[in-house]
Design a binder for this molecule. Structure first.
Ligand code: LLP
Length: 425
């Protein structure tokens, strides 16, 4: 469900025609729908209200889309945040996120990041290794503070998703192996500057079934029962993010189905007073954003049609990196026959494609605007300056209004911070 719809032959976002945004802001640009964001957040949040757990916090995963306007909106609806760097914590605090709703994940936290997070009073470090436990203990001791930690467990569950975004298997770098978890908990409890508050897992992204979530939670349930016997008191259970969205033919569970599956699996924790934490990213922002691009040229090879557009792999890397599918909608429907082509950017790599052998609804002509759908998650945040291309503008639409929420970079932005040393004359 999203608010990018045709009115007559024109594609609109809420009450604004995309062509008007292109005219005023230029292309390429990302466009986010406030109403879609709100709907997705509220539907997800209420799906977790349906039963068992008394309390929950939706910690939106900042890496999916870290624009301040997006964060501000989510925080205003009560979201917490899942972060993986000092920079993401900084962003969240900038928009007034409650530190007591910030969790900090990631396998490679540096001392300065740990210090920053302790100083800001975050809810929990999601700790991924024994070495990290020791690092947090060391930094907290130096600061004469106690750091709240949850242990991220690797439950060895197959998320059945793309291998690059599967994180809960033995062979992945994430989390503490479930077989060693009890020992790690007991070790953490002995460290005087740590407060062990919970357990955590995140098994992967773009999951299209509920079973892997359930299996992971059940494994954590077994572990928890043995920890309770050891006298360990846990207050938080963080089940990560990962719920998928429909990009093409996928049929992922709805948030309501997901919520019911989670509540059912949570029976494994019956009798414990736990606050549930979820870290959704994609399901909140994915379909709330599109990448708007303009057709530069049509070109044919002996065997293919190419539609060359002004957006490229540096603006949206998902097709090149994961071979992912983003639907492509014409901003103005003129009718006519479908047209099969590769939609490619200007970058000097064969891997620079946004779609391959795609049947477009109509043959584009030069200057035609195209919308790459479902680009709100891991779109702008994974963009780069490759080929010294400026990062694109981001726009938020709310009803009949829109605003540029990140300016397009200019030439000077592209060389900011670079210097020519004096020894070069
Ligand atoms: N929590 C943790 C610890 C994570 O590592 C992630 C995503 C999330 C939550 C949010 O997962 P989500 O609900 O968005 O699935 N760049 C890839 C996705 C990478 C996901 C990384 N971790 C893509 O474009 O598909």
């Amino acid at each position: 469900m999203h608010h990018f719809e045709y009115q007559g032959s024109e594609l609109w976002c809420e009450q604004v025609p995309l062509a008007r945004i292109a005219e005023q802001v230029g292309t390429p640009c990302y466009i986010y729908s406030y109403a879609t964001l709100e709907r997705h957040f509220r539907v997800f949040d209420s799906a977790l209200n349906t039963g068992g757990t008394k309390r929950h916090i939706v910690c939106y995963s900042v890496k999916a889309n870290s624009n301040l306007a997006v964060l501000k909106a989510l925080v205003s609806w009560g979201a917490g945040v899942d972060t993986v760097s000092r920079g993401e914590i900084f962003r969240a605090l900038k928009v007034g996120a409650d530190p007591k709703k910030i969790v900090f994940s990631g396998v490679g936290k540096r001392d300065d990041e740990i210090e920053y997070a302790i100083d800001k009073g975050i809810l929990a470090f999601n700790v991924e290794s024994h070495a990290e436990l020791e690092a947090i203990e060391r930094v907290a001791a130096r600061m004469n503070k106690k750091a709240p930690v949850s242990l991220r467990i690797n439950p060895d569950v197959d998320a059945e998703t793309h291998p690059y975004i599967s994180t809960g298997l033995k062979k992945n770098k994430f989390g503490i192996p479930v077989a060693w978890a009890r020992d790690e908990f007991l070790a953490a409890l002995k460290l005087p500057h740590l407060e062990v508050i919970g357990l955590d897992c995140h098994i992967g992204s773009q999951l299209t079934k509920t079973a892997p979530f359930r299996d992971a939670i059940l494994r954590l349930g077994e572990l928890t029962r043995s920890l309770v016997k050891d006298g360990v008191k846990l207050r938080y259970l963080d089940i990560g993010g990962g719920l998928g969205i429909p990009y093409n033919q996928e049929d992922p569970p709805s948030p309501a189905e997901y919520g019911l599956a989670i509540q059912d699996a949570m029976k494994a924790f019956a009798g414990l007073d736990l606050t549930l934490i979820c870290e959704p990213g994609r399901v909140i922002v994915g379909n709330a954003g599109v990448l708007l691009t303009k057709t530069l040229y049509l070109k044919q090879s002996e065997i293919k049609n190419f539609v060359i557009v002004d957006a490229a792999m540096n603006d949206l890397i998902r097709p090149a990196f994961y071979d992912s599918y983003h639907a492509i909608w014409p901003v103005e429907k003129r009718g006519g026959a479908a047209y099969v082509a590769d939609v490619v950017g200007p970058i000097c790599e064969t891997g620079d494609f946004l779609a391959r052998d795609r049947s477009l609804a109509q043959k584009p002509v030069q200057g035609d605007l195209l919308a790459l759908m479902s680009a709100g998650a891991y779109g702008f945040t994974m963009s780069s300056n490759y080929n010294t291309r400026p990062r694109v503008a981001e726009v938020m639409v709310k009803g009949a209004e829109f605003a540029v929420v990140r300016k397009r970079e200019e030439l000077e932005d592209l060389i900011r911070g670079e210097t020519i040393p004096s020894f070069l004359g």
